[in-house]
Design a protein around this ligand. Structure first.
Ligand SMILES: CC(C)(COP(=O)(O)OP(=O)(O)OC[C@H]1O[C@@H](n2cnc3c(N)ncnc32)[C@H](O)[C@@H]1OP(=O)(O)O)[C@@H](O)C(=O)NCCC(=O)NCCS
Length: 369
């Protein structure tokens, strides 16, 4: 069972309280080492003298959320999802004088070929001093894998000026070079649409439960689908499936992770494809996070988004399944291929009372190790 914040505080030992007060003593370090934590000290002459890194546990929840509050206009999922993510990722944090100054999650994916990085944050007063770069170096060393690249997604870059500059560079040059070696490249570029509504509006628009023709997608379904080249080419033309902002290669070992808090549905009637009898016209995946700004719904649609009937079935059915878990304010994110026509999608959502608040870009990036 997940620990709550209260349980965490009650469970804190006197020794741990001590650790949080001042610089770690040799005993503190031994205590942390005995708990399986890693310590890594900067040179005393460094600008960031005393910066230490270690992996995090459930006990670090309060510190992790204290690093950055109100991120992304209150849509940061970390306060809601920290414990769950910790089950499938490794949390990494940096400390100065026992204050957590940075945090990130990382996980090895793609049959060991990639390290997925997410939830990166550096305490505001420590930004721009290379702290995140050092945390990432520590993470890559600690994970000790044969992975040759880290992958990550930048969503809504407008929330961070620094990011825009960096992303724009990456998009235009597509690749950056260090001593003739490619160090970063663009994995994919998508359009990211954000909509807002309220639970009251959504309920009234959904009306009584409608009969859906969709079928549940589970692990076995995806294993079979990934074997079918024409199906995957049709549904995932970038040869990558992005679920809940995580870009995955189409390999079975990734499938379990794709269902973390996410529910998937598929259209039943297959497209008539001479090479395949199994191509569903659309698959959708929905994930809901309870955030500071409201319930943040992430809806991933794979397939042709020009068919009004198919889109409507997916959107209605998926939203019906989650509406009861939502708070009054609803924020909906949908990412689509960069050049597809979204008129039908926008029309369906507008008819349901959703107001589009932005149409932006989402960057999938890979950085070579
Ligand atoms: C983005 C942020 C983590 C950068 O931290 P920082 O300590 O100032 O970063 P550094 O001084 O180490 O320098 C920037 C490095 O971060 C990388 N970076 C910047 N934004 C990034 C992002 N969104 N995802 C991954 N890496 C990013 C840059 O590529 C650069 O790496 P390099 O040294 O290999 O070129 C920090 O500004 C922050 O917490 N912002 C608010 C939260 C946020 O936007 N997080 C990113 C989205 S998950």
């Amino acid at each position: 069972m997940k620990s709550t914040v209260e349980e965490k505080n009650v469970g804190k030992s006197m020794a741990e309280e001590e650790i949080n007060r001042g610089k770690p003593s040799a005993d503190d370090i031994n205590l942390r080492k005995s708990k399986g934590e890693e310590i890594n000290f900067e040179e005393p002459t460094s600008d960031l003298a005393g910066l230490t890194f270690r992996t995090t546990t459930a006990e670090d929840y309060d510190d992790v959320i204290s690093v950055r509050r109100h991120l992304y206009d209150g849509t940061d999922y970390i306060p809601y999802r920290y414990y769950e993510l910790l089950e499938h990722n490794t949390g990494f944090a940096g400390f100065i004088d026992c204050t957590m100054v940075c945090f990130m999650f990382a996980a090895v994916i793609d049959d060991g070929r990639s390290i997925h990085i997410q939830s990166i944050r550096v305490r505001e007063e420590y930004e721009g001093r290379g702290i995140y770069s050092r945390l990432r170096t520590f993470c890559l060393k600690k994970l000790n894998t044969t992975a040759r690249k880290s992958v990550y997604v930048i969503e809504s870059p407008t929330s961070n000026d620094q990011l825009i500059k960096k992303s724009v560079n990456l998009v235009f040059i597509r690749r950056s070079y260090t001593r003739n070696r490619i160090t970063e490249s663009l994995l994919f570029l998508k359009r990211s649409l954000k909509f807002e509504s309220t639970k009251g509006t959504l309920r009234s628009m959904l009306g009584p439960r409608h009969a859906s023709s969709l079928e549940k997608v589970d692990v076995h379904y995806l294993v079979d689908l990934f074997r079918d080249k024409s199906a995957t080419q049709y549904l995932f033309p970038e040869n990558i499936i992005v679920v809940y902002w995580i870009p995955y290669e189409l390999v079975p070992s990734n499938i379990g992770r794709m269902f973390m808090g996410t529910k998937m549905l598929s259209s039943v009637t297959p497209i008539q494809d001479p090479n395949s009898k199994t191509v569903p016209p659309m698959i959708s995946a929905i994930t809901v996070d309870q955030c500071e700004a409201g319930s943040v719904i992430k809806l991933d649609l794979f397939g042709d988004i020009s068919n009004e009937e198919i889109i409507t079935d997916h959107i209605y059915t998926q939203l019906e399944r989650v509406v009861d878990t939502c708070s009054e304010i609803l924020i909906l994110y949908i990412d689509v291929q960069q050049h597809v026509n979204t008129d039908t999608l926008q029309h369906v959502l507008s008819n349901m009372g959703w107001k589009m608040v932005y149409d932006d870009v989402m960057y999938g990036l890979e950085k070579y190790i």
